[in-house]
Ligand binder design. Structure first.
Ligand SMILES: Nc1ncnc2c1ncn2[C@@H]1O[C@H](COP(=O)(O)OP(=O)(O)OP(=O)(O)O)[C@@H](O)[C@H]1O
Length: 182
């Protein structure tokens, strides 16, 4: 069994890595789904309340609340597959929770790309209001780093620098996902 977690700043390529996993038939557990489910449970629209509920869950159940609630989903996915990808790790305490649960079977993969490249890519994707100078992305970076994402990236077992072509990145991710455990 292998549990592969991905971590990276906005626009670094985590979504693309998850797409590669799905194409290989590897189930993807998205930690944001936990938050969306909790929004619905509280009768709130996830589109408007995602950030607020993420924050409240951490306050009410501790800083590992979202990781904790993701664990049963990962375990369920492991019933049918040898490898599972976890998308959405945001802090070092979450990394510790996965390491505590899965030990050597957990691999943390950091995806990195310089700010300017991420601005360009997020712009192409058109999901964010980047504005001139990439200010929106800067604010998102700050929020993520505030959760402890920098410390999580520092703990990675493998770092993929996503500075080349999309095809090269996808190949690298595929080889990590298919690779034998060291
Ligand atoms: N090496 C690359 N070359 C060109 N485009 C890329 C490359 N890697 C990723 N992209 C594109 O950049 C955009 C951002 O990547 P992706 O959505 O995977 O980022 P993300 O880390 O999931 O971001 P977020 O945290 O904001 O969801 C996507 O449109 C993706 O297809």
């Amino acid at each position: 069994m292998r549990v592969i977690g991905t971590v990276g700043l906005p626009g670094s390529g985590k979504g693309e890595a998850a797409t590669v996993a799905r194409e290989l038939g590897i189930p993807v557990v998205t930690m944001g789904d936990v938050i969306r489910a909790e929004c619905r449970r509280r009768g709130l629209d996830p589109a408007d309340h995602h950030g607020e509920i993420a924050q409240r869950l951490r306050e009410e159940e501790g800083v590992t609340a979202i990781a904790e609630r993701s664990l049963p989903l990962v375990e369920e996915a492991l019933n049918d597959a040898g490898t599972v990808l976890v998308d959405g790790i945001r802090s070092d305490v979450e990394v510790e929770r996965f390491e505590e649960r899965f030990g050597e079977d957990f691999t943390l993969v950091a995806v990195t790309a310089p700010f300017d490249l991420r601005v360009e890519r997020v712009g192409v994707r058109g999901r964010d209001n980047v504005g001139d100078g990439g200010e929106a992305l800067e604010a998102r970076d700050e929020r993520e780093l505030g959760f402890g994402m920098g410390a999580a990236i520092d703990r990675a077992d493998v770092t993929v620098e996503n500075t080349g072509t999309l095809a090269a990145f996808r190949r690298r991710v595929r080889s990590i996902l298919e690779g034998e455990r060291a």
